[in-house]
Design a protein around this ligand. Sequence first.
Ligand SMILES: [Zn+2]
Length: 125
Amino acid sequence: MGFGTAKAKQMREAIDKAITEAKLNVIPVKLGCGSWECRCGKPHSVSFRAWGKAGSVEVVLMPAPRGTGLVAGDTAKIVLRLAGVKDVWTSSKGETRTKENMARATLEALRNTLAFKSVKDWMRT
Ligand SMILES: [Zn+2]
């Protein structure tokens, strides 16, 4: 019980940090449907594979078809949900137990979804 509470408290802190950081940076996230299996064009996932790194943690976000949900660890899930992502596959490596870096890496990956947007927009015009 004591351990469970301590763990919950850590989780709570990780959530708070993720929220604070997301608010501070006001990350513009490029949502879309980059899934080959789905192609609905609705902004329920990410448009592109996006990569993020914080400390030793690396996170890759991959477009997933609708209904997949957030295939991610608890910390990443919270950040993704905040960003409005509904379906995504993630893979991560490094010290993923370090919740703060996990949250940061996920935010970084989300921020990187925007980097691809401008390239695509240039190509379109
Ligand atoms: Zn879709």
